[in-house]
Design a protein around this ligand. Structure first.
Ligand code: ADP
Ligand code: DP6
Ligand code: CO
Length: 366
């Protein structure tokens, strides 16, 4: 590249939604490659709501890879960022921008450094899967910048090396992360289960109980579980494989009753293995949150029971924030009324809800 070319910067911006697991991933068999001990299934949210926006830039003027997360520079020295960068760089192709007079050859990418700026429009590291949207978006935008010609399945295997849950955000709708068998992780990829619009009636509501950073990251929490929980092996080997089959069928058939039963049961079992984990610290503020979680669960379960057929499924990740999946718009409206009644705004139990799907529903209730 000529000296004149030192002036150019080439940029790509991408947006990726987060995903919420309905059959949870919790536990690795390989920490470096991020290989799970069980399959998992999630639903990817609408990109217009909870998402990450990442801009990646390349210029001959950059002398090292750098990244800013929410405006603050973070270190890229960790294995996860390095693994993603290395895997994408290894697949880079020629890039040409005639208007700007830029030509980058496959070989040039080895010596070019990138700058990354990323922003999450929802709480980071608070149990709403920021690592999923974050690493999926990082891998996707780098792949676009470097003209990587891999399909989303192959990209999912790279995003997986950033954060396990990230592989499922490469697709919309209901997605399965197949744990795979290969030692090198080549068959540990995400696959879409149905067309993105297959079950459009569902409305997902996220009640943000606490947007503070959680005290135990998913990574260390699940490591402790694998090392110390007596229940985890039973979950991974006996329970989840059956649930995966049943969940796939429920999704195919849009069978909301079975979907709700499996989603709630799996969220509860995931929290049961967390409680069975030595060193999974519960301090006083977390105990108060656990109480709130149980209040939400009990509110939902009472309602489902009184209706005869389930109206809403609940699931909680590694934090107190409730993800509620309502069967349709009518049940969403009723659910919000109930939540507002039990957790009135500006009260001690204000849930500060995010409404995903249709913001006007909040106004309907007044
Ligand atoms: P969460 O429940 O939000 O997924 P985790 O503990 O799994 O919490 O992951 C949080 C970590 O994910 C952050 O500390 C950061 O390293 C990474 N992360 C979050 N957002 C992004 C992003 N936009 N781009 C890259 N990495 C991110
Ligand atoms: C409870 O994908 O955040 O959200 O692979 O170590 O980055 P790492 O963990 P992460 O774990 C997510 C756990 C979960 C369940 C799920 O998303 O399946
Ligand atoms: Co995460």
């Amino acid at each position: 590249m000529a000296d004149e070319s030192q002036k150019w910067v080439l940029m790509v911006t991408a947006q990726t939604p987060t995903n919420i697991a309905v059959i949870k991933y919790w536990g690795k068999r390989d920490e470096n490659l991020i290989l799970a001990i069980n399959d998992s299934i999630s639903v990817t949210l609408d990109p217009a709501h909870l998402c990450t926006t990442t801009t990646v830039a390349v210029s001959p003027a950059f002398n090292q890879d750098r990244m800013w997360l929410l405006g603050k520079e973070i270190s890229l020295s960790g294995g996860r960022y390095q693994n993603c960068l290395r895997e994408i760089r290894a697949r880079a192709n020629d890039v040409e921008d005639e208007k700007k007079g830029i030509k980058i050859t496959k070989k040039d990418w080895e010596n070019l450094r990138v700058h990354v700026a990323s922003y999450n429009n929802f709480p980071t590291a608070a149990g709403l899967a920021s690592s999923a949207a974050g690493f999926a978006c990082l891998v996707y935008s780098l792949a676009k910048l470097m003209n990587v010609q891999e399909d989303n399945g192959r990209l999912s295997a790279i995003a997986r090396q950033g954060s396990g849950s990230a592989c499922r955000s490469l697709y919309g709708g209901f997605v399965k992360w197949v744990m795979g068998k290969e030692e090198n992780g080549s068959d540990s990829i995400a696959v879409p289960l149905v067309d993105e619009r297959h079950w459009d009636e569902l409305v997902i509501i996220i009640a943000v109980v606490c947007s503070r950073q959680k005290e135990t990251s998913s990574t260390s929490g699940m490591r402790e579980t694998v090392e110390t929980s007596a229940l985890i092996e039973h979950r991974a080997k006996e329970v989840v494989p059956k649930r995966i089959i049943q969940m796939e069928e429920a999704i195919q058939k849009r069978d909301f009753a079975t979907f709700t039963h499996l989603t709630c049961a799996d969220s509860n079992q995931f929290h049961a293995v967390c409680l069975d984990t030595v060193n999974f610290l519960l301090n006083v503020s977390q105990i108060l949150m656990v109480c709130l979680i149980f209040r939400i669960i009990s509110c939902v379960e009472k309602w489902n029971r009184s209706e005869g057929t389930p109206q809403v499924a609940y699931t909680f990740d590694a934090g107190p924030n409730a993800v509620l999946i309502a069967r349709n718009r009518t049940s969403t409206s009723l659910l919000l009324q109930r939540l507002l009644f039990h957790f009135p705004p500006n009260s001690e139990t204000d849930l500060n809800s995010y409404v995903i799907g249709d913001k006007s529903l909040m106004e309907d209730i007044g």
